[in-house]
Design a protein around this ligand. Sequence first.
Ligand code: S3P
Length: 179
Amino acid sequence: MLVGQQFYIKKPIALIGFMGSGKSSVAKLLSEQTGIEFVDTDKLVVQRCKQTISEIINSRGESAFRKIEADILDEVTRDKKIIVATGGGCVESAVSRGALKNCFVVWLNVSSKTAADRIIDFSSRPMFKDIENAENVLAQRNNRYEKCSNVEIDTDGKKLDDVVQEVKRVLIRKGILQQ
Ligand code: S3P
C-alpha cells in the first residue's frame, strides 16, 4: 500500500540497531510512504528454515543462525532496490558486515532500558536474556553499529512516526531517496 508519492533509491537501505530499536516497524512504514519494497531478514530466516529463531538458535546454535542470516542479507542486498530490516545481531558476522557495505545504512540507536520497554515478545528474542545482559551486549555492539552505519538516529523517547519522518528526511537530504 503506497501512501503518498512513489520514491526511488539507487542502492538498498538497511536499518540496523539493537532489538527493540524499531527496525521492522520503521521499514514497514517507510515502505508504505515511499512505495519501495521492504524485507525483514528475521522473517526470511524463519521462512527459509521453517523454524522459529529460538528453535534455530537452540537446536543449531547462534553461529549457525548468524550464517543463515548473513547468507540472506548478502542475497537481498546484492542488487535489489529495497529497504532491509536486519536482525539486531547481524553486525556480529563479517559476511553480514560485508553485505551492509552495499547499502546505505541507518543505525536506529536505542538504550537497553527503552528496548526492554518496547519488546513485547521476548520468546522470539532468545538473545535478550535480561536487562543487565542486554546492556553488556549493547555496549559490545555499539562500536560495530557505528562503524557499519552511514547515519545514526536516536530513537529513545521518540514516537515511531517521528522516527520514520526523521529517517525519511535524512535519506532525502543525503540524496538516497529521490522522487
Ligand atoms: C537478535 C535480534 C533479533 C533476531 C535474533 C537475534 C540479536 O532481531 O535476529 O533473535 O542477536 O540481537 P530483532 O533485532 O529484529 O529483534
